[in-house]
Design a protein around this ligand. Structure first.
Ligand SMILES: [Zn+2]
Length: 237
């Protein structure tokens, strides 16, 4: 398909997206129509708290402690296998994965912009991370993956699907937990974005979110929101 074909597909995806999504300037991307960014309607008030990267071992250990302290908490981690922290925390996460409280997703090996890679390079990134996840967590995480930076288009969707990653998981709301962000900023963003039916993105790259854990947990309780994994909300995936 030529470039114009891509653009037409992109425009189609844009038009078919919920109006609410388009109105929100916090969403930088017009994601392809197969991308998942919200949960299906449910009588249960629920939110998917998804955590990417894992560049900070201290942060990952704080998430494990939070999970142990809150037996009802369920989270999805999108692993960047190039981060050495994952191998260190894997033994603590495996029992939580077996219990269904933690789900592991693929976030590539080296966190590149997939739109800048060839189809083959995209597949190598996903496959390398896939083998790491199998070796360290004992699960097959397919078909879910999260493209780094949310950079995805129909070509990336197809290249990923050809190696079994048919479910790109994006988000509708972010804690904006990047480098140099304060716990107060994370708490502010959590207040803004933690609502029923959302997939929210967080990052285990520093202690900003762990510093806001108490606020976030209180917010979930006050809003009567349960946390779910992606698998909880999409059992067919
Ligand atoms: Zn990332």
């Amino acid at each position: 398909m030529d470039r114009r074909g891509f653009l037409q597909l992109g425009a189609g995806a844009l038009l078919s997206a919920p109006t609410l999504l388009l109105a929100d300037s916090a969403l930088a991307n017009a994601w392809p129509s197969r991308a998942i960014s919200v949960l299906p309607a449910s009588p249960i008030r629920r939110v998917a708290w998804t955590i990417d990267d894992g560049f900070s071992l201290s942060a990952l250990r704080a998430y494990v402690d939070l999970l142990h302290a809150n037996p009802e908490l369920r989270q999805t981690f999108f692993v960047t296998s190039g981060s050495s922290a994952w191998a260190k925390v894997a033994p603590d996460l495996v029992p939580l994965i077996k219990a269904g409280r933690v789900q592991i997703g693929n976030h590539t090996a080296t966190h590149p912009n997939l739109q800048h890679l060839s189809n083959r390079q995209i597949q190598v990134e996903l496959s390398n991370c896939h083998h790491f996840i199998q070796d360290h967590f004992g699960v097959d995480e397919r078909p879910i993956f999260r493209p780094p930076f949310g950079n995805i288009d129909q070509r990336v969707v197809k290249a990923a699907a050809d190696v079994g990653f048919t479910a790109p998981i994006l988000w509708y709301g972010t804690f904006a937990s990047g480098a140099g962000v304060s716990s107060g900023t994370v708490a502010y963003n959590a207040k803004k974005w933690l609502h029923n039916g959302r997939i929210v993105i967080d990052h285990a790259n520093g202690m900003a979110t762990p510093g806001a854990f108490k606020t976030i947990m209180r917010m979930l309780a006050e809003r009567n929101l349960q946390t779910v994994t992606i698998k909880d909300a999409f059992p067919h995936l």
